[in-house]
Design a protein around this ligand. Structure first.
Ligand SMILES: Cc1cc2nc3c(=O)[nH]c(=O)nc-3n(C[C@H](O)[C@H](O)[C@H](O)COP(=O)(O)OP(=O)(O)OC[C@H]3O[C@@H](n4cnc5c(N)ncnc54)[C@H](O)[C@@H]3O)c2cc1C
Length: 414
């Protein structure tokens, strides 16, 4: 069978949770996954800390994924692996062209779920001068090498960026006998979760240098050292602060970007703040019947919320009717880095909706409000808001119209 009500692109935690819930909602679906196994990025995350919200247990990434993969098997939910979606056409619903070992296959569906996750920013996206030696990796690539392929790629490394994957790899490599010289972060504050700073660096005596960057790689064809420099408040390297650190590996952990190339080609708009596909409170994008969830929407720090967004999509597909959509934008003000979802379809029922946000600065006693036509419908005071920590809120919207003005604001304590 090549026709399904819904096709889910991506067999990570978002796509798996969505497919399981769709099946339970009696909606036929197919999961398409480009890798050999289902599970997404979790397959390589062998540390624990997954599933605390959902299962009240500390699971490793593969253990968390396994719970959903087992359900996919038990419920006989159709899936194909080693199958890369190369293009989508909007024709009789959606036509999905998939590259497989048997050649290009075509599937059709009424609803499409983009659960394609995110990808890492690379050394090309930060300014590092020098030759292009062997030994420069992204943190996720090293994680795959060590945890999946069983290969230790270096003896002495430097980590650029204090993102969570870099921090986790600092600990992992130390446990494997690699000397982690230091982590250098260009910003004045770490970009990873506080618990990872303590559990991965402080506990292992790995120094973290804030307001520092790697300016140059040295050595060819193999990396022999890197030049690090302090930066000023405009993030410009300060002359005279150069230091050469000998190492055979530079690990770049400078952030993740939602993977939305396929979506862009069918007219799905991305959000300038969250960088993922813009969506309404059902996680339906501006393109009808095309939904987004998980890291394709915004980079989550907890997998529990990734699964949650997949399930919101599954329920929305079950409840979808073909009434005309009327989308309005939510205005974002103050110290908000981003708010997801970004839009509201005023023709849908919008009570008790899950939303996620981050602040763009470390804030103490910050006030978060949501207003509809200047009337406050949500107010919450946070003792602490930190950009690396995503926050979840549930908003109960009143009936809205095309002319409603919805404003979300994070205010700093005076
Ligand atoms: C190193 C690291 C550590 C983490 N630590 C924690 C933690 O301790 N606790 C926690 O709760 N969360 C943690 N997270 C976050 C959590 O793991 C992620 O947020 C979550 O896995 C994202 O799920 P996803 O399904 O959106 O994306 P992914 O897991 O990336 O899955 C997307 C899938 O889509 C597939 N795909 C993409 N494009 C195509 C295509 N064109 N055709 C077919 N298939 C495609 C990919 O192959 C992939 O399998 C961590 C994440 C990372 C990277």
């Amino acid at each position: 069978m090549n026709n399904y009500n819904t096709i889910v692109i991506g067999g990570g935690p978002a796509g798996l949770a969505c497919a399981v819930k769709l099946h339970k909602n009696n909606v036929s679906c197919l999961i398409i996954e480009r890798e050999q196994y289902l599970g997404g990025i979790l397959k390589q995350c062998i540390h624990d800390g997954f599933g605390l919200q959902r299962f009240k247990e500390k699971l490793s990434g593969p253990e968390y994924a396994e719970r959903f993969v087992n359900e996919v098997f038990e419920l006989n939910i159709p899936f194909i692996v080693n199958a890369f979606v190369v293009s989508i056409e909007k024709k009789d619903g959606y036509t999905i062209n998939v590259s497989t070992v048997e050649g290009i296959k075509t599937y059709t569906c009424e609803n499409l779920v983009l659960a394609t996750g995110c990808r890492e920013r690379t050394s090309k996206q930060v300014e590092i001068h020098g030759s292009r030696p062997k030994g420069v990796y992204t943190a996720g690539a090293v994680q795959h090498l060590v945890n999946v392929d069983g290969v230790i790629p270096c003896k002495k490394c430097v980590i650029l960026g204090s993102g969570d994957i870099g921090l986790i790899m600092a600990r992992r490599l130390t446990l494997e006998g690699v000397k982690v010289e230091a982590v250098y972060e260009i910003m004045p504050n770490p970009s990873g979760l506080k618990r990872n700073i303590y559990q991965c660096l402080v506990d292992y005596d790995i120094p973290l240098y804030l307001s520092h960057t790697v300016k140059r790689t040295i050595g060819y064809p193999n990396l022999e050292a890197v030049e690090v420099m302090e930066v000023d408040e405009k993030l410009k390297p300060i002359e005279g602060t150069e230091k050469i650190i000998e190492c055979d590996c530079l690990i770049v952990s400078v952030g993740l970007i939602p993977e939305n190339e396929l979506a862009g080609r069918i007219g799905v708009l991305s959000d300038a703040r969250a960088k993922g596909a813009r969506c309404d409170l059902d996680f339906e994008t501006n393109v009808e019947h095309v939904y987004t969830c998980g890291n394709a929407t915004h980079v989550n720090d907890l997998v529990d919320y990734v699964s949650e967004s997949g399930e919101v999509v599954a329920d929305a597909i079950r409840d979808r009717n073909d009434s005309e959509r009327k989308l309005i934008d939510i205005e974002v003000k103050g110290r908000c880095a981003y708010l997801v979802p970004e839009m509201i379809d005023v023709n849908k029922k919008n009570n008790k909706r899950v939303m996620y946000f981050r602040s763009n600065k470390i804030l103490k006693n910050a006030t978060v409000t949501m207003k509809v036509d200047d009337k406050e419908i949500l107010r919450r005071v946070y003792a602490n808001l930190r950009p690396p920590e995503m926050e979840r809120i549930v908003v109960d919207y009143p009936e809205l119209s095309e002319n409603s003005k919805v404003v979300f604001e994070i205010e700093e304590a005076k």
